[in-house]
Design a protein around this ligand. Structure first.
Ligand SMILES: NC(=O)C1=CN([C@@H]2O[C@H](COP(=O)(O)OP(=O)(O)OC[C@H]3O[C@@H](n4cnc5c(N)ncnc54)[C@H](O)[C@@H]3O)[C@@H](O)[C@H]2O)[C@@H](O)CC1
Ligand SMILES: Nc1ncnc2c1ncn2[C@@H]1O[C@H](COP(=O)(O)OP(=O)(O)O)[C@@H](O)[C@H]1O
Ligand SMILES: [K+]
Length: 504
């Protein structure tokens, strides 16, 4: 399980380490050394390196890197943004050490920068890191613009300058790096877009901070990797029964919109639910009957018959929403699904149907005494249900999802290229295994089915949602470029097989 540290948590890790007896300058020396090592690895021969240093400790790391590279025989030049007299503490010490080692240090001059960039084979961006607290403008923005325009090979120290470590947002203007070297642990901004795209490859350097500090800091943001939820997933036992793996129920849309429910129902079965059943109106059921094999079918004429299907408690996890239709009928069915012990995945039209009265939906979710609820909105659906949270542009995606989880009581899967899963207890996981080929019609329906299957198998709700999103991403990798959502279904078998092997 990989934890991510917000800039505030990282600063706490630094401070705890310093209080524990490691001087800050030692941490800075290690950070700068890691940057210098990366520079050396990225150049096949000794050539000119240009270090751009900012006014804080990020700049301090740049001074250390310049000093070490100089000692190793690299021609180095350092350009300082702002006045040397403003440097404080460790950064001021690092500057003096670099000057004493003979590093040529100049004040950064915009007019001369293009020429300096032309001379350099590699640029080190040590302008701003975790301390970025407002948008870059003026000279700082100009510097970034000129570096990006030059398309020079660039190593970012900690973060590409201009990228927020907490949210991945670009504040004003940001460096497009070839590689980013960060320290101790990755930050959310390395995984969240647009930051992720600007980092290039990310490496994490050990700078002498002990993992013990994490016990005190208790980070709440994680990478959605396999380790996060794998301990909760089990392959079938030797003498297992299909009911041991749960029974997924997928509520279908009308006769002309049945595909979404089938995608979810087959996905649920493939993702390991012991049984999967589609519930449909008689006209929709006759369409399904021509297509379904291992998935079962139950027709219902009216609300009473729908209630009779729900009365079977073995159907322990339900998906409602894909192509369900927006309106009162869907709202009523959602309320019926929530009124019980089973786990519920609310997707697509089940979310949009409550755009006018989200509080009613949240009340039904909060009233639920057992069985988890997962909501799987994309940004548009999220803004319909949580307009006030969506309007807070400066809030990070994990914080938006956390707030929505707190408000609604559901686990929120906020979809996209960097899907975030968050729960009301404050945990949030960021996904990095998705493929852009998932942006295709019906892929969300497949995801809803997989998440439903994970809850049917008894995973706790947050872990079930994380597992579902991860498995969806792995399936896309296996299906490969050009996939359509139906292609995700057969390859789920391979993803599940690998999970099972992994344990063995
Ligand atoms: N002892 C420590 O705490 C360590 C810190 N390290 C480095 O220190 C960095 C954090 O250092 P700092 O907290 O000093 O922060 P930064 O060096 O990232 O930036 C802070 C400085 O930039 C200014 N600033 C912020 N946003 C600005 C904007 N938009 N335009 C103009 N000026 C702006 C601030 O007023 C402040 O002077 C990390 O990213 C990492 O590179 C590493 O050396 C490891 C040890
Ligand atoms: N650019 C992207 N990169 C990776 N995954 C993506 C991208 N765009 C969308 N996805 C994923 O594809 C799925 C699309 O779901 P959704 O928007 O509900 O579409 P649909 O309703 O067509 O099924 C989600 O799991 C989402 O996270
Ligand atoms: K930087």
């Amino acid at each position: 399980m990989e934890v991510l540290l917000t800039p505030e948590e990282m600063s706490e890790a630094d401070q705890r380490t310093i209080r524990g007896g490691t001087p800050g300058i030692e941490l800075m020396d290690e950070a700068g050394r890691a940057v210098a090592d990366t520079c050396a690895r990225m150049m096949d021969h000794v050539a000119q390196v240009l270090v751009l240093a900012g006014p804080g400790n990020n700049g301090g790391d740049g001074f250390v890197a310049a000093r070490i590279l100089k000692k190793r025989g690299y021609p180095v030049r350092l350009l300082l943004l702002g006045e040397a007299s403003r440097l404080k503490g460790d950064a001021a010490t690092a500057r003096d050490d670099a000057a004493n080692a003979g590093v040529p240090i100049e004040r950064l001059n915009l007019a001369k920068l293009p020429e300096r960039l032309k001379e350099a084979r590699l640029v080190v961006d040590a302008l701003f890191g975790a301390g970025l607290d407002r948008p870059l403008e003026g000279d700082a923005a100009q510097v970034v613009h000129l570096v990006n325009e030059r398309r020079a090979k660039t190593i970012a120290v900690d973060l590409p300058s201009g990228v927020s470590g907490g949210s991945g947002a670009v504040l004003g203007e940001a460096i497009r790096a070839t590689r980013t070297v960060t320290f101790f642990r990755r930050k959310p901004g390395h995984l969240l877009f647009p930051g992720r795209e600007l980092c290039g490859g990310v490496s994490v350097a050990d700078i002498g901070i002990s993992a013990d500090v994490l016990e005190e800091i208790r980070p709440r943001t994680f990478v959605n990797d396999r380790e996060l939820w794998r301990p909760h997933w089990n392959p079938p036992t030797v003498t297992g029964h299909k009911y041991d793996r749960g029974h997924a129920l997928i509520v279908s849309g009308p006769a002309v919109r049945t595909g979404a429910a089938r995608l979810a129902a087959v996905a649920a079965l493939r993702a390991g639910a012991g049984l999967s059943t589609v519930a449909a109106s008689p006209s929709a059921a006759s369409v399904h009957a021509a297509h379904l094999t291992a998935v079962m079918l139950k027709a219902y004429k009216d609300e009473e018959q729908f209630a009779a299907i729900l009365a079977d408690r073995r159907l322990n996890s339900v998906v409602i929403g894909p192509a369900a239709g927006v309106g009162e009928e869907t709202r009523r069915r959602v309320a019926m699904c929530l009124d019980g012990e089973r786990a519920v995945v609310l997707d697509a039209d089940a979310l949009t149907s409550f755009a006018e009265e989200p509080e009613a939906l949240f009340a039904s979710i909060r009233n639920k005494t057992s069985g988890g609820v997962v909501m799987t909105p994309h940004d548009g659906e999220f803004a319909r249900l949580f307009p006030d949270i969506a309007a807070q542009a400066s809030m990070s995606k994990p914080d938006r999802a956390r707030e929505a989880a707190r408000l609604s009581g559901a686990v929120i899967v906020l979809k996209g290229a960097d899907t975030v899963i968050a729960s009301a207890d404050g945990r949030a996981a960021i996904t990095e295994n998705a493929s852009p080929w998932l942006a295709t019609a019906g892929s969300g329906d497949v995801l809803a089915g997989i998440v439903c299957a994970m809850m049917a198998q008894g995973l706790p709700v947050f872990e079930a949602a994380c597992a579902g999103v991860w498995i969806h991403g792995q399936a896309a990798k296996k299906a490969g470029p050009g996939l359509i959502s139906e292609d995700l279904l057969p390859v789920l078998k391979d993803v599940i097989a690998e999970l099972a092997e992994d344990r063995a």
